[in-house]
Write a protein that binds this ligand. Structure first.
Ligand code: ADP
Length: 293
């Protein structure tokens, strides 16, 4: 599966990309991350990008197109990828179309995360605060001033891509204002509707599903895993059945005990009553006899 995540800074592309990676076992190709790594490593690309990124501008198209083209050729991208932060301009989208055609690869969907602009600044502020809390290095472009510039670049250079992909019938727009897991579910539903994923990839976005997605890469193993799983109940199910059995046994025992107890009580009561009655009768007989005498 090959998809593009489209949305302004703070729309949740990075968050969703990571969740989709776990769910489908594909890789996230984030040009922002790659460029930051290049800046940190001081490579020629990094040196070119450093100032542009710090000011909120866009790195030249040929630079990012080159990076992405190389990255798509890596073996880990064979199973599919999510493009996050690329393409960001119409020329980049055209270049992507060309290079995918060359590599005989098809783009499944472009998912646009639509958010209220008023929410973006506070989202980025929250992200910065959380990164500080975790002791992580905060991005130099995550300041209100640079964010305003990044938003302006998005509006003028990236937003035209919405039209570009909608004309090509690739666009799916998702409400990015919903809770994180709701957005993930909405994306999944869209991908299902488009036939980009198989229904069996349903499930929560964590470990077990990841294992399933990983199994997708090795169909033989997946078959083996599935049939075994179908025959064998899971550990949790076994445990649950055992404790249910135990509880049922206990309940039967309790009921038996209770019945015994009530029976005993009733018997005692009846005996006491009978004894009383008998005693009364005997006493009456004695009184009658005495009266006769
Ligand atoms: P965000 O989406 O939150 O703005 P990214 O991490 O995607 O942040 O990108 C950070 C910066 O990296 C951008 O502001 C820009 O300078 C540069 N960049 C990333 N992707 C591209 C791209 N496809 N084209 C040009 N510049 C890019």
């Amino acid at each position: 599966m090959r998809i593009i995540l489209l949305g302004p800074p703070g729309s949740g592309k990075g968050t969703q990309a990571q969740l989709l990676v776990q769910r489908y076992g594909i890789v996230q190709l984030s040009t922002g991350e790659m460029l930051r790594a290049a800046v940190a490593a001081g490579t020629p690309v990094g040196l070119k990008a450093k100032e542009i990124m710090a000011s909120g501008g866009l790195v030249p198209d040929e630079v990012v197109v080159g990076i992405i083209s190389d990255r798509i050729d890596q073996p880990d991208a064979k199973n599919g990828f999510i493009l996050d932060g690329f393409p960001r301009t119409v020329p980049q989208a055209e270049a992507l179309d060309d290079l995918l055609k060359h590599k005989h690869l098809k783009l499944d969907a472009v998912v646009e995360l639509r958010v209220n602009e008023s929410a973006l600044l506070s989202r980025v502020e929250t992200r910065v605060a959380q990164m500080r809390e975790r002791g992580e290095e905060v991005r130099v472009d995550d300041t209100p001033e640079v964010l305003t510039k990044r938003l302006a670049s998005y509006r003028s250079q990236t937003e035209p891509l919405i039209h570009y992909y909608s004309e090509r019938r690739k666009l799916s727009t998702i409400d990015g204002m919903m809770a994180i897991d709701e957005v993930t579910r909405a994306i999944h539903r869209q991908l299902l509707a488009l036939g980009a994923v198989e229904p069996k990839t349903h499930g929560k976005a964590h470990g077990k599903t990841h294992a399933r997605s990983a199994a997708k890469a090795a169909p033989a193993k997946k078959g083996a895993k599935k049939s075994r799983a179908a025959k064998k109940p899971t550990k949790t199910a076994k445990k649950a059945a055992k404790s249910a059995k135990k509880a049922a046994k206990k309940a039967v025992k309790g009921a038996k005990k209770a019945t015994k107890k009530t029976a005993k009580k009733t018997a005692k009561k009846t005996t006491r009553k009978a004894v009383k009655k008998g005693a009364k009768k005997a006493a009456k007989k004695v009184t009658k006899k005495r009266a006769k005498r």
